[in-house]
Write a protein that binds this ligand. Structure first.
Ligand SMILES: [Zn+2]
Ligand SMILES: [Zn+2]
Length: 261
């Protein structure tokens, strides 16, 4: 209840640019907040998708700004594992699943498949890297004038943080939002599922010199007490390594200010 039960959705603000990372069920509340803040003013939004698994796209039909003609939404992501990105996103709004078809939305929505793994959104340079997760999944690195955010909601870090390409990609990030779904015991029965073991996530972030690690993609069966224990355990690992990396578990409504960590 304290950490929240919605699925992946992170908002990044850089000057006037608004970048949304993933469209999980958390997107519904974000939509209400954005309309409340912008009132009648136009809304220009960019949405970066890590992949098209349900928990990362299901908020889209419930995102209030797409029902407003003053909203422009640019969606970028990789193709669905078997279908195009357009088919994967619009398919969930077909009449079998949802009353309003995608084609009837009054907002201006552009869906683009990532061809180039390096691009810009306003002043933010974005790079993408394939994650270790079933299907076509990526993580993002956002270079803003205020700092670097890396976002890997779904990935299975390799044992001991030993992954050269990933290490280079997340190196020196100010904030790393990383899949840390399982503890060591749970991981034994979920190896190869594409989600992180807390020990491996901390090891990877430590090796990469990350300043703040945000534990992410909480297991639906974990409660606040369990996630509190994850944070405590992860902080112990950092102390043991004589490092200074900060640890927090993602929670709904949490705000991080780059430059003021
Ligand atoms: Zn997934
Ligand atoms: Zn997921």
């Amino acid at each position: 209840m304290r950490y929240g039960g919605n699925t992946t959705c992170v908002e990044v603000r850089c000057g006037r640019d608004i970048i949304i990372l993933d469209a999980g069920t958390g997107l519904r509340k974000l939509g209400i907040a954005l309309l409340d803040e912008f009132k009648r003013r136009p809304l220009n939004l960019s949405l970066l998708l890590s992949h098209t698994h349900w928990d990362h796209i299901q908020g889209l039909p419930f995102f209030a700004p797409i029902y407003e003609s003053r909203c422009r939404l640019r969606i970028l992501g990789c193709e669905g594992a078997r279908k195009s990105l357009v088919t994967a996103l619009t398919g969930q709004m077909e009449s079998t699943y949802f009353p309003v078809p995608f084609s009837r939305l009054p907002s201006n929505i552009e869906i683009e498949e990532l061809k180039d793994f390096s691009f810009t959104i306003g002043p933010v340079l974005v790079r993408a890297l394939r994650a270790n997760h079933p299907g076509v999944t990526v993580g993002y690195r956002l270079f803003s004038p205020d700092g670097i955010i890396c976002f890997f909601p779904d990935t299975e870090p390799r044992q001991g943080g030993d992954d050269r390409e990933m290490l280079d990609f997340i190196r020196d990030a100010d904030v790393l939002i990383l899949d840390s779904q399982y503890d060591r015991a749970e991981y034994q029965t979920h190896t190869g599922w594409g989600h992180g073991c807390l020990d491996e996530s901390v090891a990877l972030a430590l090796r990469a010199g990350v300043k703040k690690l945000v534990l992410f993609h909480h297991d639906p069966d974990h409660d606040d007490k369990k996630i509190d224990a994850f944070v405590k355990y992860a902080r112990k690992l950092v102390t043991k390594a004589r490092a200074k990396m900060k640890i927090e578990a993602a929670r709904e409504g949490m705000v991080l200010k780059l430059g003021g960590l």
